[in-house]
Ligand binder design. Structure first.
Ligand code: NAY
Length: 295
């Protein structure tokens, strides 16, 4: 499980000027993050705007990233889709492409009982030989992973971890305690990266890493060397930046992409209904870029 321990940016959706998935931009962002020495990539999750993409677009992104970076970075494919059938199609495709692991949110829209969620995740796992990482993100899905469901899923040896994006850091500690040895818990909320690592997260996957990978890599090093004073200092800088990113007319991902463009990596805008950058955001975008440079 060593290959999952580390800083793993959630990969952004990469579009051309018409808003279509761009092969060139996808490669460019992948190479950029590879050069920053991140551990891996989480492809096609929330930050990948998976919920607003067609099955074909999601396959396209999975393919481009894998062809470009498999063997160089740990690649996790997020395959959660509204139906079990589409999720299984994506899972099988990711396995063919050589991904290291699969991951999925619980099913969204209908409020389904735990048993349906169990069956959904199990069918994805049955579809390939790949290990599986549960994605718990109750604030967007409305489904909170219970300890008993985790323990039931844990009977399947393919379940190797949880990416936990719920806000209480205690959940990370509880999931670790419940799951036992040989299990990876990933910190989800970037605002609590240091706290999550301290309470036991083995690795971390996040939506803002891509625009400031160095800060998370440094924070991770400080945690590893027990230098909590410096780790906390970086966390404060990260949180100031995240608050700035979330304070514009445009959505957080639109702000991130605009800053990436200033950093020399152009991956387009966001897909509606996510809000794109407004004229009035431009000055703040430059300021946030400086804020990142100075951190
Ligand atoms: C993914 O699947 O893209 C992620 O891992 C993103 C997780 C993010 N949560 C949400 C709700 O988007 O990283 C967080 C988030 O961007 C960060 O904490 C800033 O709020």
């Amino acid at each position: 499980l060593e290959k999952f321990r580390g800083v793993i940016p959630a990969f952004y959706a990469c579009y051309d000027e018409q808003g279509n998935v761009s092969e060139e931009a996808t490669k460019e962002l992948g190479n950029h993050l590879y050069n920053k020495k991140v551990k891996g990539l989480y492809v096609g999750g929330s930050s990948g705007e998976c919920i607003y993409q067609t099955l074909e677009e999601r396959k396209e992104t999975l393919r481009i990233v894998a062809e470009n970076l498999r063997g160089k970075l740990t690649l996790i494919a997020h395959v959660g889709a509204p139906s079990t059938r589409d999720s299984v199609i994506l899972a099988q495709y990711a396995a063919e492409l050589g991904y290291d692991a699969l991951s999925a949110i619980p099913p969204i829209y209908f409020k389904l009982p735990e048993n349906s969620v169990y069956n959904y995740w199990s069918k994805i796992m049955d579809a390939t030989d790949l290990p599986f990482i549960i994605y718990n993100i109750p604030q967007t899905t409305g489904f909170d992973l219970s300890i008993s469901l985790l323990q039931k899923l844990r009977n399947n040896p393919k379940v190797i971890g949880v990416k936990n994006s719920s806000m209480p850091v205690m959940d990370i500690e509880r999931f670790k305690a419940a799951a036992g040895e040989n299990f990876i818990v990933f910190n989800g909320p970037d605002e609590q990266f240091v706290a999550g690592r301290l309470i036991g997260a083995d690795g971390a996957i996040g939506g803002t890493y891509g625009v400031m990978p160095e800060l998370f890599l440094y924070a991770d090093e400080f945690v590893k060397t027990n230098d909590f004073v410096h780790a906390r200092e970086i966390q404060t800088k990260i949180n100031d930046i995240i608050i700035s990113l979330c304070s514009l007319e445009g959505s957080m991902y639109a702000a991130i992409k605009a800053i990436l463009a200033l950093q020399g990596v152009s991956i387009g805008g966001v897909r509606e209904p996510l809000e794109n950058i407004h004229e009035g955001d431009l000055e703040a975008i430059h300021q946030i870029k400086n804020q990142i440079d100075e951190a």
